[in-house]
Design a protein around this ligand. Structure first.
Ligand SMILES: NC(=O)c1ccc[n+]([C@@H]2O[C@H](COP(=O)([O-])OP(=O)(O)OC[C@H]3O[C@@H](n4cnc5c(N)ncnc54)[C@H](O)[C@@H]3O)[C@@H](O)[C@H]2O)c1
Length: 327
C-alpha cells in the first residue's frame, strides 16, 4: 500500500521538483493542490507538471487552499499521511504592493490547511517558510534560535505568522509540524521573478538588468535538489512535535559576483541599470545549517558555480523552445 501525501503549490517551482522526486520513490500516492494563480504565467506551472500528470500515482486538484468546500473535497478523497504545504504568494517586493493578497493566501490559506488537518486527523505537516523571517538585524549566520519577531516585509510577516500557526496547532492538537526556512532557491523551472532567472532572461536579450543598491548585498543561494532532500528528510522527522530548520547552502554570494558568474555561463556581458536599494530587501542572508545537518541529515552538495551550470543548461533549452513557439 502506498502512503498518501498532499503537496500544496505542487505545480510551482519547488513543488513540481518535489512531486517529481516523490513519484520517483514509488511509495507515495501524491495529490497536488494548486490554483495556478496569476503571480506569474500559469502556463509555466502547467508545463512544470505536464510530464508528471500521466502517472497513476498523481492527482491534481485545481483549487484554492482558501476555498473551504473545495478543500473538504480534497481531504475527504483519501486518508492523508502527510501534507507538504508550499502554496503561497511568494516574493518580497510584490508583497509591499499587495499585502492583503499575501495575508489572505499565506496566513488565511495556512490556517485553512491546519484546520483541515485537524478535522481530518492528518498527523504530519511540513511548512515551506522563508529566510526572510530573520529580517535585517539577526546575527550572521542565521540560527533557528534567533529572535525572529522583526520581519521587514509583509511577505516575511506572513511566513512568520504561518510558523506561529503551525506551532499553535501542533501544541493544541498534537500535530507534528516542521517549518523549513528556505534560503533563495534556484535551479531548472525557477520562478521567473527571481534574480537568477530574471537576470538570465534580460542578459540574453541584451536588455539592462536592474541592480538594486551597489551590488554588495549577499544571498545564500540553495540548489533546488538540495532543498528537496531537506524537505524529504523533514517528512520523516518526528523527534519533536514542532520544530524549525534552516535549509540553505551556508555560503553567501555577492550580487555583483552572481552577475559576473551569469555573464560567464551565458557567454554575454550584462548591461547594468543601477537603482536605489529596495524597501523590504535584507542586505544579507546566510544560513547556519548545523541543526538541519545533525537532525535531518541535510547535506547540500551543489555549489553555486555547478548549480548555475545546470540552471543555464535548462534556461538555454527553454529559450530555444520558447523562440520556436513564437516563430
Ligand atoms: N523559491 C524560493 O527561493 C523560496 C524561498 C523561501 C521560501 N519559499 C517558499 O516556498 C514555497 C514555494 O515557492 P516557489 O518558489 O516554488 O513559488 P511558486 O510561486 O512557484 O509556487 C507556489 C505555488 O502555489 C500556488 N498557489 C498560490 N496561491 C495558491 C492558493 N491560494 N491555492 C492553491 N495554490 C496556490 C501557485 O499557483 C504556485 O504554483 C512558497 O511557500 C514560498 O513562499 C520559496
Amino acid at each position: 500500500m502506498k502512503k498518501q501525501i498532499l503537496v500544496t503549490g505542487g505545480a510551482g517551482f519547488i513543488g513540481s521538483h518535489l512531486v517529481s522526486a516523490l513519484l520517483k520513490e514509488d511509495k507515495w500516492d501524491v495529490a497536488v493542490v494548486d490554483n495556478f494563480d496569476g503571480f506569474y504565467d500559469p502556463e509555466i506551472k502547467r508545463c512544470n507538471i505536464r510530464d508528471l500528470s500521466g502517472s497513476e500515482n498523481f492527482e491534481l486538484f485545481e483549487v484554492d487552499i482558501c476555498d473551504r468546500n473545495s478543500m473538504d473535497e480534497v481531504f475527504s478523497s483519501r486518508d492523508f499521511d502527510a501534507v507538504i504545504h508550499l502554496a503561497a504568494r511568494a516574493g518580497v517586493r510584490p508583497s509591499l504592493e499587495k499585502p492583503h493578497e499575501y495575508a489572505k493566501t499565506n496566513v488565511g490559506g495556512t490556517l485553512s490547511i491546519l484546520e483541515m488537518m485537524r478535522e481530518y486527523d492528518v498527523p504530519k505537516l511540513v511548512f515551506g517558510s522563508s529566510s526572510s523571517v530573520y529580517g535585517a538585524r539577526c546575527k550572521v549566520p542565521f540560527k533557528e534560535s534567533e529572535d525572529v519577531t522583526k520581519p521587514i516585509s509583509p511577505y516575511a510577516a506572513t511566513k512568520l505568522a504561518g510558523e506561529a500557526l503551525c506551532h499553535t496547532y501542533s501544541h493544541l492538537y498534537r500535530l507534528n509540524a516542521v517549518c523549513l526556512r528556505f534560503f533563495t532557491v534556484y535551479g531548472a523551472c525557477q520562478r521567473p521573478d527571481l534574480a537568477i532567472h530574471k537576470f538570465s532572461r534580460l542578459i540574453s536579450r541584451g536588455a539592462a538588468i536592474p541592480m538594486y543598491g551597489d551590488g554588495t548585498t549577499r544571498r545564500d543561494y540553495t540548489y533546488v535538489e538540495d532543498i528537496i532532500q531537506g524537505i524529504r528528510a523533514a517528512v520523516d522527522y518526528d523527534d519533536k512535535p514542532f520544530d524549525v530548520f534552516n535549509l540553505g547552502e551556508s555560503r553567501t554570494v555577492e550580487l555583483k559576483e552572481l552577475i559576473r558568474l551569469l555573464e560567464e555561463k551565458l557567454g554575454k556581458k550584462a548591461v547594468i541599470d543601477r537603482m536605489a536599494p529596495q524597501a523590504g530587501d535584507v542586505p544579507l542572508t546566510c544560513a547556519d545549517i548545523s541543526k538541519a545537518r545533525e537532525l535531518l541529515g541535510y547535506s547540500p552538495k551543489t555549489r553555486i558555480e555547478e548549480g548555475l551550470d545546470h540552471f543555464v543548461e535548462w534556461f538555454n533549452k527553454r529559450q530555444t523552445i520558447d523562440s520556436k513557439a513564437i516563430v
